[in-house]
Write a protein that binds this ligand. Sequence first.
Ligand code: 3H9
Length: 684
Amino acid sequence: MSDAVDFTKRGAIGVITVNSPPVNALSAAVRDGLDAALKAGQADPDVKAMVLMGGGRTFIAGADITEFGKPPRGKPLHDVLHDIENSSKLIIAAIHGTALGGGLEVTLCCHYRYAVPAALVGLPEVKLGLLPGAGGTQRLPRLVGVPKALDLVTSGDFVPAPQALELGIIDEMGGELLEGAVAYAEKLVADGAPLRKIRDMPCQAENGVFEAYRKANARKFRGFLAPWKNIDCIEAAATLDFDAGMARERELFNDCMISPESAAQRHVFFAEREVAKIPDVPKGTPMKEVKKVAMIGAGTMGGGIAMNFANAGIPVLMVEMADEALARGMAIIKRNYQNTVNKGRLSQEKMDQRMALFSTTTDYADIGDADLVIEAVFEKMELKKEIFAKLDAYAKPGAVLASNTSTLSIDEIASATKRSESVIGMHFFSPANVMRLLEVVAMGIGRKVGKISVLVGNCFGFVGNRMLHGYTGEGTFLLESGALPQQVDGAIYNFGLAMGPFAMGDMAGLDVGWLVRKAKAADRPTNEEYGGTIPDRICELGRFGQKTAGGYYDYKEGDRTPIPNPEVQAIIEQVSKDKNITRTDFDDDEIIKRALYPLINIGAQILDEGMAMRPSDIDIIYINGYGFPAHKGGPMHWADAIGLDKVLADMKRFHAELGERWRPAPLLEKLVADGKSFAELQAG
Ligand code: 3H9
């Protein structure tokens, strides 16, 4: 027997246990081990039925993703599954932890499924740009019906055991994993339960469901390949016989496997896990425990940040200058929670528990017992320094003092204290209680509040916003060169972002950038580098975006649909004239390059400066903080996929046409000269 799978006996029940940490993925060793264990069970005349379970913290979490794209080894998964389904003795899956992807597909070939209440099941392949390729798309709809199967395979959502029981994905639920499953197996044997095979069950769909489903989700799935292929597979289950459906699934699985979308999404999967690893901080380094947080500033941002901590069960003291500001801030927090309760996504009881974790004060002396103090006030250096001097006076020794700035120097803020080593930047993204990203210099706490934390250095705009300025700036330069806002936004939307730079500007408020540009601080890019001329003129008309019913676009009341505005078009054309620029037509491809290549170029500069640790960290920032599409893998992966030599050639063309802001980053030049990609740079 292999080390990865062992076979033991409990009376007349054989127990097959997969032991392949961390997640019991279906590696070659596991497949070979399963093969041997099944043979042992079949051959033993005392064994009447078998239980198949995972050792350690989980059942099987899926195929081994690290084997993808490598030459096949070991017994093929389909053959193992065939042997399970056609076993002459009952096989019962016993699920704890997670049964995901190929893991759930293994259980669907077992004759019955048992789970503990905390178990989760799901087919998350779609998140890797794939589809369940081991019969999942053919067997799941036979159990749960076509509509539910469509939702499960296209979302990749995990289903908790109690719900899986209701849906019929599992047959029995009980508290004890091994004892419970063995008892269930004994009962099935005693009852003479049949060798139930899901493949023999019927699968039907109502007329038109697939077309309707494709139509209803067209917007959501745009740019992705896998959701569409998943739907095709479920359709095959409902229209073809089982074996033909399996053949179709295999064919479409291969289409997904070789697609650039899947390569990008698998890159994102590993990149998300990579961000947590910091070379200077070995695994197991003790983390500062945060038992209490003080939040300076109870505005929208402060309140949103504070909610993250309350959600994680950590008490938060809200600090403001005046009682009215505290009352206003607490009312917003309460309303946010209430909305979630009203939508049925939080129980009233949980909301009450979270609200009870908040306390308020106007006296800085009260922050003395906080382990972490986070400041989220206006982006004004003087104000921040004043606050940090007070924090220095009242915070206990060892407390972490964080600023939620994204544009001011953390080093300068820290200079207002006598403990600069305790001062960090924590850049939450707005709305802070929703967005998944946190740019940070102290990693442990971010994970605790459910954020993907990325370590970044202290530079203007940290990483994400610094790159963003390149993108939004180039967007307005595109307007000067001949494009219109709706054209640029349309191209960016079709590329896969939630919206283009102008719709985004209108939503965020154009006045913010206007004020920053007017301040013209010495360490900031100049107005010309920002591409500020057009937005300045729009702001001068009092058009600040959605909040003033108009910015780059007009808006009807209560409607966020942008409507092109002739006055704005006139401004744009006038600016081109003033700058002696001949307006030209652009196709979408050129717009995408002009608007998005600055992300790559600035990303390369940031890497060169050591402000971000890895190309994949930048990808994670862009996907989670700025809505860059996962099917493109983030800006740096996207650049690799295009080919850095091609990207550089276009940048050189822009450099010649448009000037210094397009000077290619030295790192990019070097990678191309060395024939390397960002991924190869990262691999070392
Ligand atoms: C599939 O099944 C295809 C089939 O349909 C068809 C075949 C023909 N393989 O996330 P964590 C690693 S596709 C290899 O930090 P958690 C992970 O990289 C697969 N490695 O833990 C990490 O390594 P490291 C469908 C894997 O507790 C370590 O395990 N399945 C795999 O927060 C711990 O991971 C999925 O898509 C894998 N399948 O979450 C499930 N999974 O320590 C993907 C994990 O070196 N996995 N690793 O960084 C997950 O969703 C989460 O990992 C899970 C645990 C919920 C299981």
